[in-house]
Design a protein around this ligand. Sequence first.
Ligand code: ADP
Ligand code: MG
Length: 253
Amino acid sequence: MLELRGIRKRYGGGSDGASPATEVLRGISLRIEAGEFVAIVGSSGSGKSTLMHLLGCLDRPSEGSYLICGQDVAGFDADQLAWLRREAFGFVFQGYHLIATETARENVEVPAIYAGQPTAARQARAEALLTQLGLAGRSGHRPGQLSGGQQQRVSIARALMNGGRIILADEPTGALDSRSGAEVMTLLSGLAAAGHTVILITHDRGIAAQARRVIEIRDGLVISDSASARHAAPEAADANPPAQGANDAAQLL
Ligand code: ADP
Ligand code: MG
């Protein structure tokens, strides 16, 4: 479903010569299928967050192509990219990124406001998601009134608000004690079992080992992939021509 081909990402090196170019991703090729639970593991600075930003269409590669359901993201217009970020991807971050002045339910509702969902429907869905994530009775709490593990569960509910077919989680357990971290991992695993594609980014090998597939990156290159035998795409697989014509991103997923 997601395919990276020879992805490179450079920062700096502008024509003014003010900053030297650094190549953070140096040729990443991999495929992730629908419903996979994948960990991308690597030490700090190895390029994990950069890779997540590319996967989530928050940034564009310097070189190489990124295909979603066989269609090159480079051909998507601003509306299609916005749709993908809003409706297809659900983002979870180490620091939760919740709005401190809003309640848990209001935080969960945010993506649906951008999607234009009517108030009553989005309130009901937010409540249902919070209940599903074990936060019944906490929906009126502000982030400061919740534990770290509870705040991360609110952020997971927010990631699911518009569907969250693809969950991108960047160090989601990084700020949590081991018990809350284990709860978050159980939730992510459950989402994958329910058909979501879950991509977990971590520097922690113990956390990564809980995913069904582990991809290790170092210095901007994939150095191992536990599914390499299964996923080493024969060249023939790459010959599938992408669908012709104008692509409606909303029909992709
Ligand atoms: P990780 O998430 O694995 O710790 P990152 O992807 O955040 O790694 O960063 C990889 C490297 O890219 C680091 O050396 C970092 O300093 C550099 N980097 C990341 N973002 C930028 C940016 N916007 N401009 C310049 N350098 C960056
Ligand atoms: Mg990072």
